[in-house]
Ligand binder design. Structure first.
Ligand SMILES: [Zn+2]
Length: 288
């Protein structure tokens, strides 16, 4: 425990890391809006993330796949992945953020997609440099989290279904899948939706307490459809970390899936909080 504490204190997540997360999110929004699932624009956003990850040290790859689309035809999707391997015999921690935007609404997806995609770039860079590392890491930036009409077999969650299937095929031992979504909101309250692996919830709360962020984290009673669901369905321990209150007034969510989801609503300070929390969770899992 003391060792874990010391390691977390030494590794952490710095204001400079939050700055990288914020800059990456801003550039993604500026250059690649909108990023509809399974489109050329989404592919170009994937290439942007690929370059951003490689620029910080770790090696990224693009996982290109085709899938049927409930609204008709097939589309080509692009996940970005990055493995940081410490010791192949050890379990894995998987971190996930979608980068696509809600189709049909010209949504910049600054908070919903870009914020945590930038955060994941900064986390990958931080963990790549971190020593010692106890576990292996896979980072996945998913295409096609957003549904075109409503969530169904071939509508939404394409990228996470693909990533979960690949993990299962590779028979990797997974200690935790952490899905991050909408964590750049100026008024940040991180919710752990009800539909997540129960054993992981106290791990998050302990990490929040340890970093003085307990008042920023709540256990939700609601069920949320997000990228963690396909991992749960495959039997992997998985949770979603999401702030699903994103609007002009408390209790409203009117900036979500709208043209108002712009970078002025995304605070570097919130990405700093989210990054510290995730690094503490990872330490709590014995991975750092
Ligand atoms: Zn969304």
């Amino acid at each position: 425990m003391l060792l874990a504490l010391l390691a977390a204190a030494a590794i952490g997540f710095s204001p400079a890391d939050a700055d990288l997360a914020h800059r990456t999110a801003a550039a993604l929004v500026e250059r690649h809006t909108p990023r509809d699932p399974g489109t050329v624009r989404a592919r170009n956003a994937a290439l942007f993330i690929f370059d951003a990850v490689n620029a910080t040290g770790p090696d990224a790859r693009i996982d290109r796949f085709e899938s049927a689309v409930a609204s008709g035809g097939r589309r080509t999707f692009h996940n970005v992945e990055c493995d940081i391997v410490t010791d192949a015999s050890q379990p894995w921690v998987v971190l996930v953020s979608h980068y696509d935007t809600k189709p049909g609404v010209e949504c910049p997806g600054a908070n919903d997609g870009a914020s945590t995609s930038g955060l994941l770039v900064a986390l990958a860079s931080r963990i790549y440099d971190a020593r010692p590392r106890g576990l292996n890491f896979r980072f996945v930036w998913t295409d096609g989290e957003e549904c075109i009409r409503s969530y169904a077999e071939n509508d939404g969650l394409w990228g996470s279904r693909r990533a979960a299937a690949r993990l299962a095929d590779q028979k990797l031992e997974v200690r935790a899948v952490l899905c991050l979504d909408m964590l750049g909101d100026t008024n940040l309250v991180v919710t752990i939706p009800h539909n997540g692996t129960d054993a992981l919830k106290p791990v998050v709360l302990a990490a929040a307490r340890r970093t003085g962020l307990r008042d920023r984290v709540r256990l939700g009673r609601e069920t949320v459809t997000d990228d963690h669901v396909p991992f749960l369905e495959r039997g992997f321990p998985a949770i979603d970390l999401i702030d699903f209150e994103y609007g002009g007034e408390p209790g409203r969510n009117d900036w979500w899936h709208s043209t108002s989801d712009t970078m002025d609503k995304v605070a570097k300070e919130s990405l700093f909080v989210s990054g510290r929390l995730v690094m503490a969770i990872i330490a709590e899992l014995g991975a750092l």
